[in-house]
Write a protein that binds this ligand. Structure first.
Ligand code: AMP
Ligand code: MN
Ligand code: MN
Ligand code: MN
Length: 299
């Protein structure tokens, strides 16, 4: 059974391919009833997404995905139900976005040393009005023929140890979690299976995350395998954390999984949305269930 809820997605405001309105419309067309827009380090798409959600009769959860450096590694913390106008959050995100520009200059310089010209301007052309990210460098490098697709260009140029990788200090875990909590939001550890931390560091991270007010971890996400759904369901249980579901959708052809395709949480997980109450959520859940029973073949 697929989940009617999707709490992790990106628009052109960060490194997604669709505008916030297009993204919401796409989600609605795929049967998603509750979605979060969680652009990297920016909340500029939320107003447009909210308006589109109202039009489509679905629920938009205001979100953000904050880049964090923890023990010299990059982690992502998703904030759900944030207040996008909260001053500390706004300031913190602004600071990260400035840092993204400095880092992009560093990346372009290292790529130039390898004979790759024009990558800063090229990446900014792909970023359009949004933040600048490695994804935009990847798009430029693919367009210039340095690799056949985004995934291979990351492997060859943009991951740690490769010529276009530029070490950068993002927000601290403590700050990012503080901004989310102070804005009234819920901190969620994004795609924990992607960090390659090893068992000891993963346990340390979960302990620290919980200690700082962490509420949930993403259990079902497109970058986890079914084995990892089970593994992180167990860890969530062990640490008394709730569980979240999110596709991390970046647009057609740019994601492992489309919206509306994610399986439901493994049994025993406490969904992060369990206390969101709201008749609307219940109504959505029940109506999707009824639709499934009545028209199983078309859903
Ligand atoms: P940045 O925040 O600028 O470091 O860019 C990180 C973004 O790049 C992630 O949010 C993904 O969208 C994308 N990304 C990271 N690693 C890969 C990869 N191996 N293949 C494709 N996309 C990736
Ligand atoms: Mn991304
Ligand atoms: Mn992420
Ligand atoms: Mn993401």
């Amino acid at each position: 059974m697929t989940s009617f809820i999707d709490l992790h997605s990106h628009s052109v405001v960060s490194d997604g391919l669709l505008t916030p309105a297009e993204l919401v419309s796409h989600a609605a067309s795929k049967g998603v009833r509750v979605m979060a827009l969680t652009d990297h380090d920016d909340v500029a798409g939320l107003a447009e997404a909210e308006a589109a959600a109202a039009e489509h009769g679905i629920t938009l959860i205001p979100g953000v995905e904050i880049s964090v450096t923890w023990r010299r590694r990059t982690l992502h913390i998703v904030g759900l139900k944030i207040d996008p106008q909260s001053p500390r959050l706004v300031q913190g995100l602004q600071h990260i976005r400035k840092g993204r520009h400095t880092r992009a200059e560093g990346m372009a310089e290292s790529l130039l040393k390898k004979g790759i010209q024009g990558s800063l301007e090229g990446a900014y052309q792909f970023a359009k009005q949004g933040i600048i990210s490695r994804t935009h460098f990847a798009q430029y490098l693919v367009a210039q023929g340095y690799a056949p697709n985004i995934r291979s260009v990351f492997k060859k140029y943009l991951i740690k140890g490769k010529p276009g990788y530029f070490e950068y200090d993002w927000a601290s875990l403590e700050d990012a979690m503080g901004w989310i909590i102070e804005s009234g939001g819920i901190p969620v550890l994004a795609h924990p299976g992607r960090y390659d931390l090893g068992r000891t560091n993963m346990l340390l991270l979960l302990e620290e995350f919980r200690h700082l007010g962490g509420v949930a971890i993403e259990v079902v996400t497109s970058s986890h395998s079914p084995d990892q759904y089970q593994e992180f369901a167990r860890l969530a249980h062990q640490f008394g954390l709730q569980a979240s579901v999110g596709s991390d959708y970046h647009g057609p052809g740019h994601s492992y999984m489309d919206m509306g395709q994610l399986p439901t949480l493994p049994s025993g997980c406490v969904p992060v949305w369990q206390d969101w109450g709201g008749r609307k959520l219940w109504f959505n859940a029940v109506s999707v269930l009824l639709l499934r029973i009545e028209w199983p073949s078309i859903l």
